[in-house]
Design a protein around this ligand. Structure first.
Ligand code: DGJ
Length: 737
């Protein structure tokens, strides 16, 4: 469907007097109002091109039964006036009649800073049964400058991706000072922002508060490992903080692995303006005539049934469309990071390969420390950048380890951190111009390292070459852990002519490398690691099968980190390793790690016979429930923040089979599951029984697997997993008869 509104060349505009300074210019005229709904199964986002050709967002929420009533929405509100009719602009320009936070700010070729954008036409294309793409063209009536807005909607998943493309044909370059991806407008009684902050080992800490008038900005300026302090996700609830199963809530996420920025502005008329995009901090971008500047998508979903439904929508979308191989399988593994750190050799690794087999997992993952010779990588002060096998640790190279793994019947994976360099490295000595640093200033290090300049195509080739070289030499290599441990200080590229393009072009350079890798190696599983969750975003997850949520693997901590991540990301993306962190028993640690992609990072040879038996059985048990965890619908049943028990259910789509993880998260004397935990998502008419699984050898279960309950009973009365001190971790398998 394509709509086009014609602009008359007459100069008799009744609405605005437009100064005609070039032949392409058109004059505004009174037009019929046009409603442009973006409808998904449950929701509708409604845009209106009004009689002034202003494009506005007049509604986002539950889809109305009768679409022709959307036009009546604005009249139902009796709020104070917006003098120039711009607060709800679908893409707010600046420098003309707008005085609130803009989505876009420019300096034209002639030095003028004003911009206005008016609706020209729109087009809706059906990409598949599920996906539609709406494009809307906006133009400035005075300058030859235009923006196309893109709304890609996923019907079944109730998800929209929105981005913009900016172009001009002015007689010289235009500077873009702000270039958002999306601009939303919400109306409610009050607005409650749930945001996240973090640091190393403290990822995804939530804060929820009522938004007050003015602007709340969430952003990052770290460049790389950009999400370390602030992940690119948030929620806004309307009227009151949404609960798990009630309340109106918007989830937003930026699909960008660098600096991002969300502005949430409660405007003078008490409505909420949301502007999301790349961060324009230190980034005025020069755009030549006829060039196109495309912004990364802002992703959002809406639910009027609370946070649970919103997260299932997003998880479904992610598995169906975004995460690499989201519907595929994953490899269980044994990692050697915490069992050896940098201290290993071929003999030790040979043992670990045997342990991998003994444990029953699929793959051995060799971590940091396998490379560099002149400045050997024996700690984190040297060697990054020199990706040749360290001859004293691995005289026979990676190839012999891959072969040995094959002989032992396991796969082999490897750690790299290809964007980084230690000053103590041959790479730094040979290519100081490849390193991000200010030429005349003192160097600042993060984990003793610097970041390579991915704006430079030669550096892009180098980084690509690290991965390609490993696979070319070792075609049976089965897994990559891609780490990224430093932020960018002293942002400066010896390659770029225009330094203010640096932050944007760095990420574009990274994506070019990842595109090239995926073109040649489309399916090899890769873990997105960034010293923990410093780079967890849907821009990067297009290229990765999973991410590393945190170096903090204390299971108690992990329950909270995984809980918060689960609002935005499906369990299949969460690499969870059993380690020696924390005081909980091995069973507790393993159960928590099973709520995602299971791995181990422990010294298998030091496990007691019973612990080893437990781990071996746990891997087998995991293999029987992993499809439910990876692909099932996730229901958060009991919140560890408000209850002494955390409980999460993963349920298959036909509601016949599920797995429930329950944990004691409070060590007080009387803490435990005194009340039954109500299940969700079941078929009320079906009959189910529950069996406790993943028991530690020699322990029994008080759960009677022979008892039968209706779905109705389990959802209204609930089930008691009997979590208490001494039974701090309980995994239940749910099956319909
Ligand atoms: C940080 C990662 O988060 C760890 O798992 C480990 O790979 C180290 N880097 C290695 O240096």
């Amino acid at each position: 469907m394509s709509m086009k509104i014609k602009f008359s060349p007459t100069r008799n505009s009744l609405l605005l007097s437009v100064l005609c300074i070039a032949p392409h210019l058109w004059t505004l005229q009174t037009l019929a109002q046009e409603y442009i709904p973006v409808e998904t199964a449950g929701n509708a986002l409604v845009l209106q091109a009004d009689q002034h050709q202003d494009l506005k967002m007049i509604y986002f929420g539950k889809r109305l039964t009768s679409g022709n009533e959307y036009g009546q929405i604005p009249a139902a509100y009796r709020q104070s006036d917006d003098p120039t009719g711009i607060f709800n602009s679908a893409y707010t320009p600046s420098g003309s009649r707008n005085l609130v936070e803009p989505a876009i700010t420019v300096t034209h070729a002639d030095g003028n800073n004003s911009l206005d954008l008016r609706y020209v036409s729109h087009q809706s294309t059906k990409i598949s049964d599920d996906i539609s793409l709406l494009t809307i063209l906006l133009k400035d009536p005075v300058y030859d400058f235009e923006v196309t807005l893109y709304y890609k909607s996923y019907y079944k998943e109730d998800v929209i991706e929105q981005w913009s493309a900016i172009r001009h044909k002015e007689k010289g370059n235009v500077i873009l000072h702000k270039f958002a991806s999306a601009n939303l407008y919400l109306k409610g009684e009050s607005y409650w922002l749930r945001q996240y902050h973090g640091d190393w080992a403290k990822e995804m800490e939530p804060e929820e508060a009522r938004l007050t008038h003015g602007i709340k900005t969430l952003d990052t300026k770290l460049g790389a490992r950009a999400d370390l302090f602030q992940p690119p996700v948030f929620m806004v609830s309307l009227d009151h903080p949404a609960g798990e199963d009630e309340g109106r809530v918007l989830y937003g996420a930026m699909e960008w692995s660098g600096n991002f920025r969300f502005d949430l502005e409660l405007d003078p008329t008490d409505n909420l303006r949301i502007i999301a995009g790349m961060n324009n901090y230190a980034s005025p971008y020069t755009l030549a005539p006829n060039e196109e500047f495309t912004t990364p998508p802002f992703l959002y979903t809406w639910s009027d049934k609370g946070k649970g439904a919103a997260s299932r929508q997003l998880q479904q979308w992610a598995r169906n469309y975004r995460i690499l191989d989201g519907k595929g399988s994953r490899l269980t593994l044994l990692n050697n990071w915490e069992s050896t750190y940098f201290d290993f050799n071929e003999t030790k690794l040979a043992e670990l390969l045997k342990d991998t087999k003994k444990l029953g997992v699929d793959l051995f993952l060799l971590d940091d420390g396998w490379f560099a010779n002149k400045y050997p990588r024996n700690d984190d002060h040297a060697g990054l950048g020199d990706w040749q096998e360290n001859k004293s640790k691995l005289p026979n190279g990676i190839a012999s380890l891959v072969k040995e793994a094959q002989n032992d019947g396991v796969k082999f994976g490897i750690w790299i951190e290809p964007e980084m360099v230690n000053p103590k490295s041959e790479l730094y000595e040979q290519h100081p111009d490849w390193v991000i640093k200010q030429p005349k200033r003192e160097e600042y290090y993060f984990r003793n390292q610097l970041v390579l300049d991915l704006t430079n195509p030669k550096v892009q080739d180098f980084v690509y070459g690290i991965v390609d070289g490993l696979f070319t030499k070792n075609p049976d290599l089965a897994y990559i852990k891609w780490d990224c441990n430093a932020v960018i200080y002293n942002a400066y590229s010896a390659f770029l002519k225009d330094q203010s393009h640096f932050y944007v072009d760095y990420v574009r350079g990274l994506y070019k490398v990842l595109e090239k890798i995926r073109a040649k190696y489309p399916k090899v599983p890769m873990m997105l690691c960034s010293g923990g969750g410093g780079r967890v975003d849907y821009g990067a997850l297009k290229y990765f099968t999973e991410f590393w949520p945190s170096d903090n693997t204390d299971p108690l901590e992990r329950i909270f980190i995984q809980w918060e991540n689960s609002y935005f990301y499906p369990a299949i993306t969460s690499s969870n390793h059993v380690t020696d962190w924390g005081k909980q028993p091995l069973k507790f640690r393993t159960d928590v790690a099973m709520m995602g992609k299971l791995g181990f990072d422990i010294v298998v040879s030091k496990l007691s016979p019973q612990d080893l038996e437990f781990c071996q059985n746990a891997v087998k048990t995991y293999n029987t429930v992993k499809q439910l965890v990876w692909q099932g619908d996730q229901y958060r049943l009991s919140d560890p923040v408000t209850s002494s028990v955390a409980s999460v259910l993963y349920l298959d789509s036909v509601k016949t089979s599920g797995v429930i993880f329950n944990y004691l998260v409070n060590a007080r004397y009387s803490a435990g599951s005194k009340l039954p935990i109500r299940l969700k998502g079941l078929d009320p008419a079906k009959k189910y029984h529950l069996t406790e699984i993943n028991l530690y050898p020699g322990t029994g279960s008080p759960i009677d697997a022979g008892k039968v309950y209706t779905g109705d009973f389990l959802m209204n009365i609930g089930f008691n997993p009997q979590v208490r001190g001494g039974r701090a971790s309980v995994v239940l398998k749910l099956d319909a008869l």
